[in-house]
Design a binder for this molecule. Structure first.
Ligand SMILES: N[C@@H](CCC(=O)N[C@@H](CS)C(=O)NCC(=O)O)C(=O)O
Length: 232
């Protein structure tokens, strides 16, 4: 039987993507919890270039980067639902949105949470602009993948759960039902699907982590405003 190991961390949305994909496919795996502040020799061996989680190790061979891992899972285990469509153009579109989510949406939404002043205003505007595009792609479908959960839904997990938590912590009004009714419907559908719901990190524990991060960033921002140099 194939040996599948996942190096990850319970609160990481990137790790969560891989857990959900493996569960949707019905692949059994061993979860190896990694503390990213104290990386294990195994993690450094399997991901010497980026030194990040998640890493999937399949029969001793490591695969890094969540978007790459998701495609690997889809191609390796054909059982269960397909995460990417078969049509080359539609596959290209899925890759486009997944890349946009990671390279544009994630940093903008992170900045909207952690920055202040002008930088925060810009990040909120950019997040809103990007969310409008995402809202447009749903066009009446239950999921980004159509009737079933696909790669874009899984990659957008940070919007449906993590961002909602940090938005509340920071008192933001970026993603609301009034501004984004379709995205909010998608979030409900996604978060209430069995496999997703059963595997979400515990809300209170996650809130505590981000509360601490928010307070750290606020202290660093205050130090900068007081002339203490730029935050590290
Ligand atoms: N682009 C990566 C991002 C993964 C990532 O940012 N992982 C974080 C934890 S959530 C990490 O390992 N950080 C450790 C570090 O940056 O040293 C992916 O999609 O897998």
């Amino acid at each position: 039987m194939a040996e599948v190991k996942l190096y990850g961390w319970w609160s990481s949305p990137f790790t969560h993507r891989i857990e959900v994909a493996l569960k949707l496919k019905g692949v059994e795996y061993e979860f190896i919890s990694e503390d990213v502040r104290n990386k294990s020799p195994s993690l450094l061996k399997y991901n010497p270039v980026l030194k990040k989680i998640p890493v999937l190790v399949h029969n001793g061979k490591p695969i890094c980067e969540s978007l790459v891992i998701l495609e690997y899972i889809d191609e390796t285990w054909e059982v269960g639902p397909s995460l990417l469509p078969k049509d080359p153009y539609e596959r290209a579109m899925v890759r486009f949105w997944a890349k946009l989510l990671d390279e544009k949406c994630f940093p903008a939404m992170r900045n909207a949470f952690l920055s202040i002043g002008e930088e925060q205003e810009k990040a909120k505007e950019e997040s809103t602009e990007l969310l409008k595009f995402l809202e447009g792609t749903l066009s009446g479908n239950k999921f980004f993948g159509g009737d079933t959960i696909g790669m874009v839904d899984i990659v957008a997990n940070f919007i449906s759960y993590w961002f909602i938590i940090v938005q509340e912590l920071a008192g933001l009004q970026v993603l609301t039902k009034e501004k984004f009714p379709k995205l909010c419907e998608w979030m409900d559908e996604y978060l209430n699907s069995d496999i997703i719901r059963e595997n979400l990190p515990h809300k209170d524990k996650l809130t505590a982590i981000y509360q601490a991060r928010f307070l750290d960033a606020a202290a660093a921002n205050a130090a900068v405003a007081g002339g203490g140099g730029s935050p590290k």
